[in-house]
Design a protein around this ligand. Structure first.
Ligand SMILES: NC(=O)c1ccc[n+]([C@@H]2O[C@H](COP(=O)([O-])OP(=O)(O)OC[C@H]3O[C@@H](n4cnc5c(N)ncnc54)[C@H](O)[C@@H]3O)[C@@H](O)[C@H]2O)c1
Length: 393
């Protein structure tokens, strides 16, 4: 067997998440970066590729050139999948061209710029027969998997209340708009119809659904707190879950002084759970009439899926890069199973896919339209895809 070969679109010098993806992909020694189209400028793309010591012949001027040329390489050389780390408006065109050329796709979120585009993407994935994964990073944390396992096992009893919060402060100041990252996120042409919900609200919704099951109805209030912005930078959403649980999702980029304050609290009849990404190796379990219990990564009786996604002994902290790396390692497992024509191991299947991609876009569009409406509750309706689309056998 061999390493899984990755190409990258986006992530040139000065970009944010591309470098994180490369570190995550490299962490387990299962994946190698073999090519890229790192920027919209041919020169900057080549320069970025050189900086990563890629051969000149595989630093491409554009993603179109990359897919055409890679598809012509011998099977033993060409990339297996592409990681998409561009602004949102390019996710669909890049993914669809990759899929048409037979390459699997691991895309960053939000999946596309709109729900209509996500449905188009779903058709492309189905037609291609290729694998599709979405980097909802926070589902990669071991103690998030522990929370999901405990909720699924009924340890909390019926879930009554879910509170998920993603608070950032980086857009609190209008001056932040001069950064490369803020400029496209606040531009509807590149970001889509939402900034805050599209950027971080969708992560919070995905995290809540990963642990607690699906959201069925929403009531939303979004706004641009900083005057002059064309897209929201702050929002609050009331949630009704399929299970009957009620909830609250708060996402904001104007919570002055906050870093990446993602926190999930889940309360059932018998117990509650509390996880925060600023302390990701801890999960608090609060049971009825008992002192709070601090569950720690690597200590005691944890779920098999938690242990399978841990790398270091207890007390040697794991964090964001390892959570990202879990998604990469699991996706690589899906590709490896395709190559060897064997069933994918269970751990490899634990990657958000096209279903989560479509639900995420339905959430973003749903919150924007609900916020403009006088009606209180709005169904969060996302068409249910065939569960085999983009998934391992
Ligand atoms: N999963 C996460 O936690 C997470 C975190 C941050 C960003 N994101 C997502 O990742 C994506 C990128 O965000 P970012 O903050 O890194 O943005 P960024 O602006 O820092 O980087 C975008 C990169 O894409 C490149 N690019 C633009 N047009 C291109 C083209 N035509 N061909 C090739 N490359 C092109 C730019 O040159 C730049 O290198 C966004 O969709 C964002 O929502 C996800």
């Amino acid at each position: 067997m061999r390493k899984i070969r990755m190409g990258m679109v986006g992530g040139g010098s000065g970009a944010f998440i591309g470098a994180i993806h490369r570190m995550a992909a490299a962490l387990d020694g299962q994946i190698e970066l073999v090519c890229g189209a790192f920027s919209s400028s041919a020169e900057r793309s080549r320069e970025s590729g050189r900086g990563l010591y890629l051969p000149e012949s595989r630093c491409y001027a554009s993603y179109r050139e990359m897919f055409e040329r890679e598809a012509q390489l011998p099977e033993g050389e060409r990339m297996d999948f592409v990681a998409i780390v561009t602004p949102n408006h390019l996710h669909l065109p890049v993914a669809s061209m990759a899929l048409e050329n037979g390459f699997h796709v691991l895309s960053d979120k939000p999946a596309t710029r709109s729900l209509a585009e996500a449905l188009e993407l779903q058709d492309c994935v189905a037609r291609s027969g290729c694998l599709y994964g979405l980097t909802h990073t926070y589902t990669g944390y071991p103690m998030v998997k522990e929370a999901r396992a405990r909720v699924a096992a009924g340890e909390l009893g019926a879930i009554r209340k879910v509170v998920v919060e993603y608070s950032q402060g980086w857009l609190a100041d209008a001056a932040a708009e001069n950064s490369k990252q803020a400029a496209w996120r606040l531009d509807p042409e590149q970001a889509g119809i939402s900034c805050c919900m599209g950027d971080i609200g969708v992560h919070a919704a995905n995290l809540a659904e990963y642990v607690c099951g699906e959201i069925r109805e929403i009531c939303a209030d979004l706004r641009a707190a900083v005057p002059g912005r064309r897209l929201d930078d702050d929002g609050t959403v009331l949630l009704k879950f399929d299970s009957g649980a009620r909830g609250l999702l708060s996402a904001s980029q104007v919570c002055t002084g906050e870093e990446n304050g993602l926190r999930l609290r889940v309360y059932g009849e018998k117990a509650g759970l509390d996880w925060s990404q600023m302390e990701p190796n801890t999960l608090w379990l609060r049971s009825l009439n008992q002192p709070a219990q601090q569950l720690r990564a690597g200590v005691g009786n944890l779920a098999p899926e938690t242990l399978a996604n841990l790398r270091t002994p207890a007390g040697h902290p794991e964090g964001y890069l390892e959570a990202f790396a879990n998604i990469y390692r699991n996706f690589a497992g899906q590709i490896r199973a395709r190559i060897t024509a064997e069933p994918a191991p269970e751990i490899a299947c634990d990657v958000p896919g096209i279903r989560e991609a479509v639900r995420g876009m339905a959430f973003i569009e749903g919150t924007v339209s609900a916020s403009l409406s006088d009606k209180k509750w709005h169904p969060l309706a996302a068409p249910e895809p065939d569960p085999h689309i983009g998934r391992p056998e």
